[in-house]
Design a protein around this ligand. Structure first.
Ligand code: GDP
Ligand code: MN
Length: 384
């Protein structure tokens, strides 16, 4: 019995270290090399911009979003706003009224009679976008005034075809999300300096118009997919922490799952569909993609296996050990989701992401992953 328990503990240690391995390598590299900011050769630039905004029943917040856009520090006569609206509420009305007595920016409004999902809507909007730089932004986000300028400076580098930014302030005060964003910013800076980063963020993603290609109609990782395809086309896709935005998030375990599981499904499916890119495309296919494969597809299972084995070992050891592992994981989750773990909060944040990736893989196997979802009303409180 003792021997069995010892073997189990050894197996658990191996599983858990393998789970953390890519992280350790990445964070060590980040620490030693310490890359900062965007890797692009930034130059001041003022290209004409198309801002693409998809909306589905955003009547509560659309006006504030539009105010936010026209207040950006950029000449509005060089800006065109392309909105693709699939709403059946008052969103469209508000948009029309907002632009009715305004010379600039120019409005292109694509009106869908029926909601087909975000990806097909975005494909239509990108096809209408006529300016050199295309910025996609979600309705439920706030951009820093200089966001367009910072993005334009990145795209002025001829090697760069896409750039995304950083969530500087998680609205709604979720520490879980906030600490995850810090870890993610370190990782995405490193990836960008190596070559290109994988994940692009819904609140702000900028693309060179000439590089834009259609995304899969069932995509639920639209921004990341476009960035990946631009990298496939030869240009770099980078992260610049100087491009700042705010987005709302939940901390509570249950509430986080809906959105995070869906986003995780989108990313897993994207990686699987583009598995041919592994090994090619410079350090992107040799380091960045393998790391993300490991993190998204392998390590959630190792972690789950480790916890399952630890539970078995505890049960075999008997007594209080029998409940120690489930109780420990439960307590960790409870405290973490209430932002009460202090310095351990970032570890919890990564754990939370791994949970989503595990659930996402299971949901995908069950055939879930529809491109049409319920927009989170509670998250929109922060923008009213
Ligand atoms: P999340 O941030 O990943 O949870 O996604 P959201 O639900 O916030 O949606 C992101 C953006 O896409 C928001 O601006 C939505 O209004 C918009 N959106 C979501 N679904 C659709 C859709 O079916 N059609 C259009 N045109 N926009 C959509
Ligand atoms: Mn959102």
């Amino acid at each position: 019995m003792r021997r069995l328990v010892r073997r189990l503990i050894a197996a658990i240690s191996v599983l858990l270290s393998l789970t953390g391995l890519p992280y350790a390598v990445y964070l060590l590299l980040a620490k030693v090399w310490n890359p900062q900011g965007s890797p692009a050769e930034k130059r001041p630039a003022e290209p004409a911009v198309s801002i693409v905004l998809p909306t589905y029943n955003e009547e509560r917040i659309i006006e504030n979003k539009l105010e936010d856009i026209v207040a950006l520090d950029y000449p509005m006569d060089r800006v065109e706003v392309v909105i693709v609206d699939s709403s059946d509420d008052g969103t469209r009305e508000t948009i029309r009224t907002f632009f009715a007595d305004r010379e600039t920016p120019e409005l292109t409004l694509i009106e869908e009679d029926e909601r087909r999902g975000l990806a097909p809507a975005l494909n239509d909007a990108y096809a209408e976008a006529s300016n050199e730089m295309v910025v996609k932004t979600d309705c439920d986000s706030k951009l820093a005034p200089d966001a367009l300028r910072e993005a334009a400076a990145n795209l002025a580098d001829p090697d760069v075809g896409a750039v995304t930014g950083r969530n500087v302030d998680v609205l709604g005060g979720s520490d879980v999300e906030e600490s995850y964003r810090d870890v993610q910013a370190t990782i995405q800076t490193l990836e960008s300096h190596l070559d290109s980063t994988l994940i692009f963020h819904g609140p702000f993603s900028a693309f060179e118009n000439d590089e834009i290609v259609p995304i899969d109609p069932d995509s639920i990782a639209d921004d990341t997919e476009l960035a990946l395809k631009i990298r496939k086309g030869g240009k770099r896709a980078v992260f610049d922490p100087a491009i700042q935005y705010k987005e709302a998030s939940h901390s509570e375990f249950g509430k986080r799952r809906t959105q995070k599981d869906r986003r995780a499904m989108g990313l897993i499916r994207l990686l699987l569909r583009n598995r041919d890119m592994l090994g090619g495309y410079g350090l992107y296919g040799r380091v960045v993609l393998p790391f993300n494969w490991w993190f998204m597809l392998v390590s959630p299972w190792l972690l789950a296996g480790g916890i399952a084995l630890a539970t078995v070992a505890g049960l075999l050891a008997g007594g209080v050990f029998g409940v120690a592992v489930p109780a420990g994981v439960g307590l960790f989750t409870l405290l973490g989701s209430r932002d009460r773990l202090g310095p351990l909060q970032p570890i919890y944040a990564v754990f939370d992401t791994q949970v989503s990736l595990l659930f996402a893989a299971i949901k995908l196997c069950r055939g879930e992953g529809s491109a049409i979802w319920d927009v989170d009303e509670e998250l929109r409180d922060a923008y009213e």
